[in-house]
Design a protein around this ligand. Structure first.
Ligand code: NAD
Ligand code: UGA
Length: 316
């Protein structure tokens, strides 16, 4: 297949590209190398694929009116995977307009261009954050209605709705995947596991937002990449799928696991719970496992151990 991948220089995009290459696919990446974190890291990510000869990088903004038009004219894509976005729940309060521009208008622009050039298969990266505040129980695509509590989560819900509209009105096949707190080597530096591990390994204090009882379904990044490739093989109008690990861990338990994995004691500081942070996320995987044959393989302990190895190399 020839895939157009937006946001392919980022964390999840880099792991996905490796997987697509291993399957024999060709990947065209659009990325603007934004400075939400060090763009040099994203250039390093891209350089990992240099030898393949099957990764083509088109640097620019998703919202640029000409870039997508030119690409769709020049190449034939079997499907689009749309990962480009401003991610992060907490940081979205600082620049809600920019989150809206990239995450909602960017998605609208992509859908319009796909329609104009008759490419009608899309995998969209949505987020567990759309579920909002729930009890500590599994979030289901069927039973739980979205109730976002941050600008970021609102943009993801709005983009899902656009996807549904294009599927229903223009015959697109769209799989919206709700990823649950993804971790692994190359992780975004704003995220908890990256911050905690780096600080525990260098004997610096970590900051826990709230009392440590917030819980997440932490999902290893190669499982997410596998989920995306499964979604690229199963098309059925507009579909929502949870892509998680199916397990749930509190932040306090996560820290304990990192202490075991590193052999270092964490120095804890506490701050108030942050706006936009939900208390719990936990993926119900019934639909993804039945329809996509999605089955996560890497446990949190195993994934953290891979990350320790990676981070130790980075810190050298
Ligand atoms: P990331 O920031 O590492 O990757 C996003 C990439 O998109 C970056 O390389 C960035 O430069 C690019 N980008 C941003 N705006 C762009 C624009 N206007 N034009 C072109 N490129 C642009 O983030 P990630 O963690 O890899 O997340 C990928 C996607 O998955 C995002 O849509 C995110 O919202 C979603 N998601 C991530 C998680 C997670 O836990 N990491 C969970 C749920 C959903
Ligand atoms: C993550 C991603 O950042 C979002 O892009 C994504 O959409 C979301 O997952 C999702 O699942 O949809 P989040 O769950 O906030 O968001 O991920 P982390 O930053 O890893 O935070 C996990 C938990 O650790 C949260 O409870 C957070 O409050 C806490 N945390 C984070 C801390 O206690 N201290 C920190 O320094 C960082």
């Amino acid at each position: 297949m020839t895939i157009l991948l937006t946001g392919g220089a980022g964390f999840i995009g880099t792991h996905l590209t490796e997987r697509l290459l291993a399957q024999g696919d060709t990947v065209h990446i659009i990325d603007n190398f934004n400075d939400l974190y060090d763009p040099a890291l994203k250039r390093q990510n891209i350089s990992r694929h240099a030898d393949s000869g099957r990764v083509h990088v088109h640097e620019g903004d998703l919202c640029d009116p000409l870039l997508l038009h030119r690409l769709f004219q020049q190449y034939t894509f079997d499907a689009v995977v749309h990962l480009a976005a401003l991610p992060g729940v907490r940081s979205s309060f600082g620049q809600p307009n920019e989150y809206y521009r990239v995450n909602v208008l960017g998605t609208q622009h992509l859908l319009d261009m796909m329609r104009a050039h008759n490419v009608r298969r899309l995998v969209f990266s949505s987020s567990s954050s759309v579920y909002g505040e729930t009890e500590r129980q599994r979030n289901s695509e069927l039973r739980n209605q979205p109730a976002p509590i941050s600008p970021y989560a609102q943009t993801k819900q709005a983009a899902e709705q656009l996807c549904q509209q294009y599927a229903e009105e223009h015959g697109f096949a769209i799989n919206c995947l709700r990823f649950f707190t993804v971790f692994g080597p190359l992780q975004r530096p704003d995220m908890a596991i990256y911050q905690f591990l780096r600080r525990i390994l260098t004997h610096q204090p970590i900051t826990i937002y709230g009392d440590g009882n917030a819980s997440r379904d932490f999902t290893y990044v190669t499982d997410v990449a596998a989920g995306i490739t499964k979604a690229l093989q199963h098309w059925d109008g507009f579909q929502l799928y949870n892509i998680g690990s199916g397990t749930n861990t509190t932040v306090a338990q996560l820290v304990q696991l990192m202490e075991e994995a590193t052999g270092n004691k964490a120095q804890l500081t506490f701050n108030t719970r942050q706006p936009g942070d939900v208390s719990h996320t936990w993926a119900d995987l019934s639909k993804a496992s039945q329809r996509l044959t999605y089955a996560p393989e890497v446990s949190l302990a195993e994934g953290v151990s891979h990350m320790v190895t990676w981070m130790q190399m980075m810190l050298l």
